[in-house]
Design a binder for this molecule. Structure first.
Ligand SMILES: Cc1cc2nc3c(=O)[nH]c(=O)nc-3n(C[C@H](O)[C@H](O)[C@H](O)COP(=O)(O)OP(=O)(O)OC[C@H]3O[C@@H](n4cnc5c(N)ncnc54)[C@H](O)[C@@H]3O)c2cc1C
Length: 464
């Protein structure tokens, strides 16, 4: 890809759009925006720009497009697939200064926000209205970054992913047009679904400058269940059984034995050295929860659970879930000398036991150190590989490749929630076939000069 450098003249144009104090070429700022939370190597932009309005974003894109300068949107950099790394330099477009709530439409269960707001910060504000935005990637990701990646997380099994919780967006296109996609009406049937074209497009088709999100009432009653099982297959079959019983869990998570040991050693929560299933249920009435818990206990007992801890008490629930919520930090803390690669695949729920058995056998056969933790209720697993040496790196990459192919063979996807970014681009042909050509045609239509987040979603050999 041929791009032009950011010259002093271009910097003047950008200053003219955003002002002197909303642009930086300082090494510290470039470094801060050169890496996300993934294992991929950092790469600096030539300038970081901090717009404060949608019109500024549109003007920046028009100028960059005219000058053939790449633009990589930056939410808060918690991505795990290098999505916000400016691989070709150019402009890192930071949405950090666009973090306002524009309007709360409480009667419609909706909120309109700027893209840079953290979903946790948003939910803290919405709690005053008894409402919340359910998608929850563990980190305090920005709403724009979540929509761009179609992020999901622990509560997706009940409330859906980011794509299911957005109604309308404003998007700035590469040529400087600002368009609205979707509607504030919950039912929408007017023409092509452009809203969901931009959701999950990872900043490669446009920049999300505003979003109207769907909200749900904060549940009045919440219960938690943590159950240990003698084998992985019993734990995973329990996940399928709970889904099959129509119990509508709000979270249904699988944690393998190695991870359970690490969590209990570091977090003080007592988990035995066995595979565990973590569950959460939401209800308007406590009696509904208690009835549900009785059924869950029965299912766990039938599946041979070694022990089941269940509670409707808030403090006890938070204690039980604390380790799961902080598993990433605990894992990193427990391996100070290692880097981590967190892989992400998803399959239909009926194929989940086979996928997990495959990962277990593969890592055992090849003596690969790995932890499994997953949003099991959605058929989604993360295999976490600690590594330090080149040999470990090579083994881990091969394992990652084989697991992705297995997930695809089982009718799944190469990424359930982390997005394509750099690492999953090579699997899109296998997953989408000629559909990938349609994606490329859409990219060509909306961004003919390829300035928007180049190097992501499409691999180089696919480009001509
Ligand atoms: C501890 C931890 C746990 C995580 N758990 C989960 C999880 O459970 N589920 C999950 O889905 N993810 C998870 N993630 C990954 C991450 O939080 C998500 O990918 C999230 O969507 C990234 O948001 P961000 O604001 O950090 O975006 P960034 O990382 O800054 O950017 C992500 C992508 O979005 C693009 N982008 C950002 N803002 C915009 C915008 N306004 N318009 C257009 N494009 C934009 C960027 O260019 C990039 O391609 C986890 C990450 C960590 C560190």
């Amino acid at each position: 890809m041929n791009f032009n450098p950011v010259t002093p003249e271009i910097l003047d144009v950008l200053r003219g759009i955003v002002g002197d104090d909303a642009l930086s070429t300082a090494a510290s700022e470039l470094d801060l925006h050169a890496r996300d939370q993934s294992h991929y190597a950092p790469h600096r932009a030539e300038v970081v720009v901090f717009p404060t309005t949608a019109q500024q974003i549109a003007d920046i894109l028009r100028a960059a497009n005219d000058a053939r300068i790449p633009v990589t949107p930056w939410g808060v950099g918690t991505g795990l697939e290098a999505g916000s790394i400016p691989l070709f330099g150019g402009i890192s477009l930071s949405l950090e200064r666009m973090a306002k709530i524009v309007a709360i439409h409480a009667d419609d269960f909706q909120v309109t926000v700027q893209p840079g707001i953290g979903h946790k910060d948003l939910n803290a504000e919405l709690a005053r209205h008894g409402l919340f935005f359910p998608p929850d990637p563990g980190a305090n990701a920005s709403v724009g970054g979540m929509l761009a990646n179609n992020a999901a997380g622990i509560r997706t099994v009940k409330y859906g992913a980011s794509k299911d919780n957005v109604l309308q967006m404003q998007v700035a296109l590469a040529d400087g047009r600002l368009i609205r996609v979707g509607s504030r009406s919950v039912k929408q049937s007017a023409g092509y679904d452009l809203l969901h074209l931009f959701v999950g497009s990872e900043g490669t088709l446009g920049v999300i400058t505003e979003a109207t999100l769907k909200l749900v009432p904060v549940p009045a009653h919440i219960s938690a269940v943590v159950a240990a099982f003698p084998t992985v297959s019993q734990a995973v079959e329990t996940v399928v059984a709970v889904r099959g019983a129509g119990l509508d869990p709000a979270a249904l998570e699988f944690v393998d034995a190695a991870h359970a040991v690490m969590l209990s050693q570091s977090d003080g929560v007592e988990l035995s050295a066995h595979p565990h299933v973590f569950m959460e249920f939401h209800a308007a009435h406590n009696a509904t929860l208690e009835a549900g818990l009785a059924s869950v206990r029965e299912i766990c007992a039938e599946m041979g659970a070694l022990n089941v801890r269940a509670t409707t008490d808030t403090a006890e629930r938070k204690k039980l879930w604390h380790a799961r919520h902080h598993s990433y930090e605990i894992m990193v803390r427990s391996h100070p000398d290692k880097q981590f690669y967190i892989m992400d695949v998803a399959v239909p729920i009926s194929a989940y036991p086979e996928l997990i058995a495959y990962v277990e056998a593969l890592t055992a056969e090849r003596s690969i150190k790995a932890y499994m933790i997953g949003h099991a209720g959605d058929g989604n697993i993360h295999v976490e590989f600690p590594y330090a040496t080149d040999a470990e790196d090579a083994k881990m990459k091969q394992a990652n490749h084989d697991i992705v192919l297995k997930a695809l063979a089982l009718g799944g996807t190469c990424t359930g929630e982390h997005g394509v970014g750099v690492g999953k681009a090579r699997y899109l042909r296998e997953e989408h076939g000629e559909g990938l050509d349609v994606m490329r045609a859409l990219k060509q239509t909306l961004d003919p000069n390829g300035i928007l987040n180049p190097g992501k979603i499409f691999v180089a050999e696919e480009s001509d």
